[in-house]
Design a protein around this ligand. Structure first.
Ligand SMILES: [Zn+2]
Length: 58
């Protein structure tokens, strides 16, 4: 088995990666993807909110 990040042989301690660094790289990618999906969902939800009332209209 090889590291999916850099292709070096996997280290048992950091399976399936070769080092802590590659594990962190993969985790960072995963978090970035997750954040992007969450942000997109929030954008859609905001579209459904009513316009805030203008206090000057009263
Ligand atoms: Zn690696």
């Amino acid at each position: 088995m090889t590291c999916p990040i850099c292709g070096k042989p996997t280290a048992t301690e950091y399976r399936p990666f070769c080092s802590r660094r590659c594990a962190d790289v993969d985790l960072g990618r995963w978090l970035t993807e997750s954040y992007r999906i969450t942000a997109d969902s929030e954008d859609e939800a905001e579209d459904g909110l009513p316009e805030p009332e203008d206090p000057k209209a009263h």
